[in-house]
Write a protein that binds this ligand. Structure first.
Ligand code: WQD
Length: 340
């Protein structure tokens, strides 16, 4: 059974990916420093899969700890690397924290696992900025990042591409996520934002459950059908399955050389007001919201061209906005009744 290391595996996308790897027959090892997640996720993963995943509390910035882990785990066939700081707003206030954490972690992993390894990297559609053409394809130009967070994703992709070009044993796929939302169908794992959620859907669910006040729609004067900004929201379980597809692809070798990039989205755009309406309709909950000013750094609209991941990864999103909103709400109700 192939063994896959999931860094950041107690986090939102990492935990859902651990489940899908297990379901696909992989052995899962998790590294996490628990800086933005909760150790209780391990027991939640056991409740879902019946398996206690091998867990190591390691900060990837600790090069000696990462080196020792790699020396003690020579049977790891692949790595899916999620562990990084990911809050756009925080990255503007604390750029050095983001550059240090996101680059030291990646570089320590690459130098410690300096052998034949399949490597899937968590990248983001943020690298595109506001694309000239929509839907945006992987060939679209990377544009100047709007935040240090986005910049760490762009530079990390360059680090990976340049390292791959001189390291044939390294086989890499970078997945450019659009907007991950929703939760596992069991409602036992989901998004656990630290503090006031910056992202739309966790703010919606916390507002609906009474933990936050009314939602502020950041601008309704954009050049879009209803004036609010458009994004490509993707169910976190579909996103998790894309990582399994990427690992399988790498196991078969990488026809496009040993570094490749894929958009992971639905190919469909939804506006903020459409998301609010979908949440209300599928959950029968009335949301309170108000229109506020645009948020600095926001782009108007983006949604992905996903033909490449559909055809070359053999992966396609299957869960719709209604299941995204339903599962997000079920998780919010679960975590209120069962606080970690
Ligand atoms: C979505 C839309 C907001 C909150 C960022 C990162 C991206 C990824 C996902 C990590 C926007 C609007 C939001 C609110 C609102 N992160 N909004 N009221 O900014 O598209 O993407 O998070 O990988 O890389 O860039 O996601 O959920 O913050 O915003 O109106 O209270 O909702 O203006 O139009 P975003 P988001």
């Amino acid at each position: 059974m192939a063994k896959i290391l999931v860094t950041g595996g107690t986090g939102y996308i990492g935990s859902h990916t651990a489940v899908e790897l297990h379901n696909a027959g992989y052995e899962v090892v998790i590294i996490d420093n628990l800086s933005n997640s909760n150790i209780k996720i391990l027991s939640q993963l056991h409740a879902i899969t019946g398996k206690w995943f091998d867990f190591h509390e390691i900060d990837l910035q600790d090069d000696r700890a990462v080196q020792e882990f790699a020396e003690n785990h020579t049977d790891i066939d692949g790595i899916i690397h999620f562990a990084a700081s990911k809050a756009v707003g925080e990255s503007v206030e604390q750029p050095l924290k983001y550059y240090k954490n996101n680059f030291y972690g990646l570089i320590n992993l690459l130098t410690s696992f300096n052998r034949k390894i399949n490597f899937v990297f968590s990248s983001s559609c943020t690298v595109y900025g506001q694309p000239e053409t929509l839907p945006v394809t992987e060939a679209a130009p990377v544009q100047k990042a709007e935040s240090p967070y986005g910049n760490t994703k762009q530079i990390a992709e360059e680090i990976l591409a340049e390292t791959a070009s001189v390291t044939p044993a390294l086989n890499i796929i970078a997945l450019r996520y659009f907007n991950p939302v929703g939760a596992h169908e069991t409602a036992l794992i989901g998004e656990l934002p630290n503090g006031i959620p910056a992202n739309l859907v966790p703010f919606i669910t916390q507002s609906a459950i009474g933990k936050r006040g009314p939602i502020t729609v950041y601008g309704d004067d954009y050049n879009t059908p209803d004036g609010s900004a458009i994004r490509d929201y993707i169910h976190v379980v579909d996103l998790a399955k894309a990582h399994v597809a990427a690992i399988k692809k790498l196991e078969g070798g990488n026809p496009n050389g040993n570094y490749d990039v894929f958009n992971i989205g639905t190919g469909k755009g939804s506006s903020v007001l459409e998301i609010i309406a979908a949440f209300e309709k599928v959950n029968g909950e009335k949301l309170e919201y108000k229109i506020g000013p645009r948020r600095a750094g926001d782009i108007v609209q983006i949604y992905g061209d996903v033909q490449k991941s559909n055809s070359e990864l053999g992966w396609k999103a299957s869960l719709d906005i209604n299941e995204m909103m339903r599962s997000a709400w079920e998780w919010e109700k679960y975590i209120k009744a069962n606080p970690f």
